[in-house]
Design a protein around this ligand. Structure first.
Ligand code: MN
Length: 584
């Protein structure tokens, strides 16, 4: 742990940006005021209380936040825990810092009531807490940053707190703070918080993991140390000088979740320690991938190009899993430094990570991928804005003004926060959780009261979707839904329904043609120009080189006359030899 000194704090900030004299003065004043206010206080561990607020400020500095937020970090416990009053703080430090400290103080009251007995009561309470958090977010995001930095330090020192309290704080961290950080895209922080709760909430599993994984981990790292120079030499041959190669160990808590799914078989988890290669350019990413595959054969189906097709949250990287030295299955990630920094450090670079969780269930390749991407434009916008700003002050300012203006944040009964564009309805909410929930939605309760499906969700609403197995989306939902993701899903279900119900005749066409480039494209464009729907198209490859390929097409056509006209046009397509057709 770094020593609590003003110099340390200033150094951490100045590594990132130049401080003005006024800023240094402000930080000095906050430092001394807080130190004096907490003078005789001790933490549970016996260390001076001031260490806690200092560490909180240090964390905020490492997140690149503005001076006012760092000062608020130093002062965040003065009003609640010392004789230093809010009015004095206002006079000494001005409205902005006083507002931040007061915001943190108010959030400090997010505590579990002792009267909470049933799971339902606990959930209600959790939702209430989240609602307060969301309100704070929409007022000034920086309040939540201070709270998160505060919680991070409290979690690292949780060992010296009485054990009953430990469990409660750990649970609250797992249920409120880690998901919130995740929601805000602070993926590293979220993982770290979750990992810190693991030993308190699952002590036995934690011991098991520590014992079993750490041995394997050591062994794994030794193995990767052996692999690294081989990779380096190979890259050099391709004239690639990697900026760095490092290993990434999966966090214990997330590894545990993965292990549960794979019958506790660590051998089946390839990425618990992965090699990461950072290079200079996108071109180098691809040539590095090529070199890796020349060295070691890739495992089919595990090459992922998130550069050409970034994850919905904007994550870019190349992933591959190879049969590495000694045929050991090893994951390798390749990305540029910029991609790496965006994925690791950008405090706002990950705003949408939770979306990745949802979209995995949708499976890429499905149209919803691009829809999700469009829904997340605000994330990209945010990221681009961040780049354009010279200092964090300006960035934070724009966050406050633009970021939350057009979004509402609602809560699931499980306490998960769902964000939606303003004007969204329970249908949008349902589809945002899962397409299955959307498809089978029959009604919704908001804050425990039944509402119509066209109800407009407000920030902080606790939304409970009622589902029925046989329910299907209706055409009228298209008018109610606001998000393109929901609309897309509704349309695709309706389309499927109508094609199943179709009773009218269909036209089956079999075309024999000489194979040439663009043949299929020409044929299908003739059909669509005739305003005929293609229901199915199969290209049957010829059994021998001398035979012609056959193209089988099923069309949506209802009259013989129309069919004959179409066939006439198709016969004119270059390369077509013969056409057979029938109405079925
Ligand atoms: Mn605190």
């Amino acid at each position: 742990m770094q020593k609590s000194s003003l110099e340390t704090l200033l150094q951490v900030i100045e590594k990132r940006r130049k401080l003005s004299d006024a800023e240094v003065e402000l930080l000095k004043k906050a430092y001394l005021t807080s130190q004096k206010a907490h003078e005789n206080q001790k933490r549970n561990s016996g260390e001076p209380y001031f260490n806690h607020v200092f560490q909180t400020a240090l964390t905020l500095a490492s997140w690149d936040l503005d001076t006012a937020t760092i000062a608020a970090g130093l002062l965040h416990d003065t009003v609640e825990d010392t004789s230093y009053k809010l009015e004095t703080l206002q006079k000494d430090f001005g409205e902005e810092i006083a507002f931040l400290v007061n915001g943190v103080t108010k959030l400090g009251h997010l505590k579990y009531r002792t009267s909470v007995k049933t799971e339902h009561e606990r959930m209600e309470h959790l939702a209430e807490n989240l609602r307060k958090m969301i309100l704070a977010i929409s007022e000034d995001l920086r309040v939540v940053f201070v709270k998160l930095a505060d919680r991070l330090h409290n979690m690292t020192t949780l060992g010296s707190v009485p054990s009953l309290k430990q469990k409660r704080i750990a649970l609250e961290t797992l249920e409120i703070y880690a998901p919130l950080a995740y929601r805000l895209g602070m993926q590293n922080l979220s993982g770290e918080l979750e990992d810190l709760t693991f030993m308190y909430l699952h002590p036995e599993e934690y011991e098991w993991m520590k014992k079993n994984v750490s041995e394997q981990y050591e062994e794994r790292v030794q193995y990767l140390e052996r692999v690294e120079p081989l990779l380096r030499t190979a890259l050099k041959k391709a004239n690639i000088e990697p900026i760095k190669i490092d290993y990434r160990a999966k966090r214990l808590s997330s590894l545990y979740k993965k292990l549960l799914r794979s019958d506790m078989n660590l051998e089946q988890i390839y990425d618990f320690v992965a090699l990461r290669v950072i290079v200079n350019t996108v071109e180098e990413c691809y040539s590095a991938l090529g070199m890796v595959h020349q060295l070691w054969p890739p495992m089919p189906g595990r090459i992922k190009d998130y550069i050409a097709l970034p994850k919905p949250n904007g994550y870019k990287s190349l992933h591959t899993t190879v049969f590495c030295e000694d045929k050991r299955v090893t994951e390798i990630q390749i990305r540029t430094l910029q991609m790496h920094e965006e994925a690791e450090n950008g405090i706002a670079a990950h705003w949408a990570y939770s979306q990745a969780k949802t979209s995995k269930e949708f499976i890429a390749g499905d149209k919803s991928f691009s829809v999700k991407q469009a829904d997340l434009n605000w994330v990209n916008q945010l990221r681009n804005w961040q780049k354009d700003f010279t200092g964090p002050d300006e960035f934070v300012q724009s966050l406050k003004i633009d970021f939350f203006k057009h979004r509402v944040f609602a809560i699931t009964p499980k306490g998960e926060v769902i964000d939606l564009p303003t004007g969204s309805t329970p249908i949008d909410f349902a589809y945002q959780i899962h397409s299955e929930i959307g498809d089978h939605c029959v009604g919704a309760k908001v804050n425990n009261k039944m509402v119509p499906l066209d109800y407009q969700i407000e920030s902080g609403d606790l939304v409970d979707i009622l589902v029925q197995k046989n329910k299907k989306p209706s055409e009228s939902w298209l008018k109610i839904a606001k998000t393109s993701a929901a609309k897309q899903h509704i349309r695709s279900v309706i389309r499927k329904e109508t094609s199943v119900l179709r009773k009218g005749p269909q036209l089956e066409i079999r075309i024999t043609a000489s194979d040439r480039l663009g043949l299929i494209k020409d044929i299908s464009s003739v059909i669509s120009r005739a305003r005929v729907n293609i229901l199915n198209l199969t290209n049957i490859h010829p059994p021998s080189k001398t035979a012609f390929p056959i193209i089988k097409i099923l069309c949506d056509i209802d009259s013989k006359e129309k069919a004959e006209k179409l066939i006439f046009k198709l016969k004119a397509v270059n390369g077509v030899k013969e056409i057979n057709y029938q109405l079925i």
